[in-house]
Design a protein around this ligand. Structure first.
Ligand SMILES: CCCCCCCCCCCC(=O)SCCNC(=O)CCNC(=O)[C@H](O)C(C)(C)COP(=O)(O)OP(=O)(O)OC[C@H]1O[C@@H](n2cnc3c(N)ncnc32)[C@H](O)[C@@H]1OP(=O)(O)O
Length: 228
């Protein structure tokens, strides 16, 4: 379904079609999704395809395969950090032929967060700083990288960059993120009502689902909780 949605968004952004053809396609899309709107999950219930303990968020707008806006981005180990490869298209366009600056921020927020997670830390984004040095081209293989730069108490600082694959030494965007692991009180108030699809509790933190952690996946098991 995510692949079909991605194809639909790209077609909508690029089609050279008459208004009649567009109306016909729009009606077909509405007909197709109508049965899916009859029964929907509540906002605080995770999808049955989600697994917080293993870091699977099916409809995340950056890494979720089921989300039509997501590429989806996939992470690879990169020394003690992470990298992702991406080629963006018309759905992510800002200035003609270049990536929208907010999309660069969205992608960097996620990969910087992942740069904290691979070190066993976790936090919500408290600060996100980007320097847009050169425009990021569409239809061009890109490299996105991130690496933890420092940690103190509940705070984790991660830095990263966007370059092209062809010229990895030329930084197009540089980014810094501060991730703060929320206090127990904030965690309870933000995520206390969230439930898995089977009704289990989860406090929302990646790797901290209380019922759904797959003990057979030690590589994805929870890291140590940051000290207070
Ligand atoms: C495959 C799947 C992958 C999955 C990969 C997943 C990656 C996810 C990446 C995306 C993440 C998001 O988008 S998260 C969504 C966007 N972010 C948010 O909504 C966060 C909104 N902000 C908040 O709720 C709050 O401000 C918190 C939780 C960040 C902090 O609240 P708190 O818990 O009460 O913490 P608090 O006591 O205030 O601060 C703790 C310490 O951090 C410091 N601190 C707090 N905020 C800041 C700040 N902005 N700038 C500097 N320092 C700060 C404090 O000075 C303090 O330092 P000291 O006194 O200890 O020295």
């Amino acid at each position: 379904m995510g692949d079909a949605l991605r194809a639909a968004l790209t077609a909508a952004a690029t089609a050279v079609a008459s208004p009649a053809e567009l109306r016909k396609a729009a009606a077909a899309i509405r007909d197709a999704i109508e049965p899916l709107t009859e029964e929907v999950r509540s906002p605080a219930t995770l999808s049955p395809l989600d697994d917080m303990g293993r870091g699977i968020r099916m409809f995340n707008p950056v890494v979720g395969p089921g989300n039509g806006f997501a590429l989806p981005l996939r992470f690879e180990p990169d020394g003690d950090g992470v990298l992702a490869r991406a080629t963006l298209g018309p759905v992510h366009e800002g200035p003609p032929t270049f990536v929208h600056g907010g999309v660069s921020a969205l992608l960097m927020d996620q990969i910087l967060g992942q740069g904290a997670i691979v070190t066993g830390r976790w936090g919500m984004t408290a600060e996100l700083t980007l320097r847009y040095r050169r425009p990021v081209p569409l239809h061009t293989p890109l490299l996105l990288t991130s690496r933890m730069a420092g940690a103190a108490g509940r705070r984790t600082t991660v830095t990263g960059a966007i370059t092209t694959e062809a010229e990895p030494e030329v930084v197009l965007v540089e980014a810094m993120g501060l991730f703060v692991s929320p206090s127990e009180a904030k965690t309870a108030s933000y995520f206390g009502t969230v439930r898995t699809a089977s009704g289990g509790e989860t406090d929302g933190r990646l790797g901290h689902a209380r019922q759904d952690v797959d003990a057979a996946s030690p590589a994805l098991a929870p890291g140590p909780a940051p000290a207070e």
